[in-house]
Design a protein around this ligand. Structure first.
Ligand SMILES: Cc1cc2nc3c(=O)[nH]c(=O)nc-3n(C[C@H](O)[C@H](O)[C@H](O)COP(=O)(O)O)c2cc1C
Length: 223
């Protein structure tokens, strides 16, 4: 089975979580796909202080980082996916601070592995796509998607915005009305479902490619 991880960057159960659930349900329509929803709301995620111990410590850090919070558990779950959908509400035309803190703290995991010559992810290569949910029609959804896509690029995901016409990912307009607003945005729902299916299709293809590479003893680590 190819696993799609859906990561929700909203601090509340509202429009974004609903949109992500719809995208994951669409992903599961693709045969051989299962999904897992991860939410950052309610989690204790401390901000990266750039102490650089993740890069410099000579002994492995128990949480990848000297900070004691929920990040290790979140990261250990996150890295198990074949495909990823990251969804964020639009805050000041970008992702929420909560999601950005998750992204910044992910650096510790990446470097902890890199220093040992390992890839931080269980599945390589892997694919990611984004969903941005704004209260206004043109409130910065594409800028938000750019931040999500840049996170994917930083950590070597293959990135998709979805099929032709989706461009950078799925842009959704909630009218600040939580799930009800998303439901009423027919175009947004169509886009997020297409995004979910496309991420799932690519995850299945990548899984098949990984198995073929193994059979040919092809080393994909490139490290
Ligand atoms: C601090 C803050 C900043 C916001 N900034 C924007 C914005 O720049 N553009 C926009 O379209 N909506 C903005 N909104 C509205 C939310 O993006 C919108 O209500 C979204 O659907 C919330 O998602 P949620 O229900 O999952 O929390 C902002 C909301 C908050 C609380």
């Amino acid at each position: 089975m190819a696993k799609i991880i859906g990561l929700c960057g909203s601090p509340r159960k509202g429009a974004t979580e609903y949109a992500l659930e719809r995208a994951l349900a669409a992903a599961e329509v693709i045969p051989g796909v299962e999904s897992e929803l991860m939410v950052l709301r309610g989690k204790n995620i401390k901000r990266c202080t750039h102490c650089n111990l993740c890069m410099e410590s000579t002994t492995p850090l128990p949480n990848y980082c000297p900070q004691d919070d929920d990040m290790k558990e979140l990261i250990d779950q996150f890295v198990t996916g074949d495909g990823f959908i990251i969804a964020s509400p639009v805050y000041e035309a970008t992702v929420t601070g909560l999601l950005k803190d998750f992204m910044d703290r992910f650096r510790a995991k990446a470097f902890a592995n890199l220093r040992r010559g390992e890839n931080p992810f269980a599945k390589n290569p892997r694919v990611g796509g984004g969903i941005a949910v704004g209260g206004t029609r043109h409130g910065g959804q594409e800028l938000t998607l750019t931040t999500i896509n840049n996170f994917f690029l930083t950590y070597e995901f293959l990135v998709t915005g979805g099929p032709l016409g989706n461009y950078l990912g799925a842009c959704v307009w909630s009218k600040d009305r939580k799930a009800k607003g998303v439901e009423e945005d027919e175009v947004g729902v169509e886009r997020l479902e297409k995004l979910g299916k496309r991420v799932a299709e690519y995850a299945v293809v990548l899984e098949a490619g990984r198995l073929a590479a193994q059979e040919q003893n092809l080393d994909l680590s490139c490290l």
